[in-house]
Design a protein around this ligand. Structure first.
Ligand code: 3PG
Length: 205
């Protein structure tokens, strides 16, 4: 179940919305471009409403909540209709709250010890964050030696240019990135650009 999150799409779009009314057009644009998943980050007051709208109005996309950093946010996101959760890092309290929701989730890990602690709790599909800053490709290749059972969604600094090298690693199931929904496109209501960026990202498969 957890590992299936890595198989939804070559790229999980990490989306920051200031205006919840953008949520449905953004989700539809991603879907039209061939991306079947959206991670709406809990970084803005609009996020929970955005999750509610997408889960109600865009049934053909899998909507998750990202940037879950407190136990309360895990529950709020589940109540809003999120189908999965993503955390940037992993504290015991946030992990407990994520488990309590019953939803699949990608916990964030940036070190080997964090990854090992998560594996002890049965979590072997992880968000590697912040991917480029924490060591990038070389780091993931090194970790695959002692911990080949772990699979990753590297996120943070991923671009259309470096994504193919990550996706070529056997331990990488997908990557995450915010480049599909640039702030200037969203503020201009340019959902056609989102669709076009999604189409390019979907072709990375
Ligand atoms: C995240 O929250 O996962 C990152 O902020 C996304 O990183 P990016 O903006 O470098 O893609």
């Amino acid at each position: 179940m957890q590992h299936e999150l890595l198989d939804l799409s070559p790229v999980i779009p990490v989306v920051v919305l200031d205006d919840a009314t953008d949520a449905v057009p953004v989700a539809r644009a991603l879907r039209a471009g061939g991306i079947g998943v959206i991670e709406l980050t809990l970084r803005t007051p609009a996020a929970l409403d955005a999750i509610r709208r997408v889960s109600a109005e865009v049934p053909d996309i899998v909507v998750g909540a990202g940037t879950v950093t407190t136990p309360g946010q895990a529950k709020q996101a589940a109540d809003a209709g999120a189908s999965f959760l993503v955390t940037p890092g992993s504290t015991d309290r946030v992990l407990d709250a994520c488990f309590d929701t019953g939803l699949p989730f990608l916990p964030g890990a940036g070190t080997v010890s964090e990854a090992m602690r998560l594996a002890e709790r049965g979590l072997t599909a992880l968000k590697f964050f912040p991917a480029e800053a924490a060591g990038g490709l070389a780091y993931l290749k090194a970790v695959a030696g002692p911990l080949p059972q772990l699979r990753f969604c590297p996120t943070g600094g991923i671009t259309p240019e470096n994504a193919p090298s990550y996706l070529a690693l056997p331990t990488v199931g997908c990557v995450g990135g915010s480049w599909l929904t640039p702030g200037d496109a969203l503020s201009a209501g340019d959902f056609a650009r989102v669709e076009s960026l999604a189409r390019q990202a979907a072709a990375l498969a």
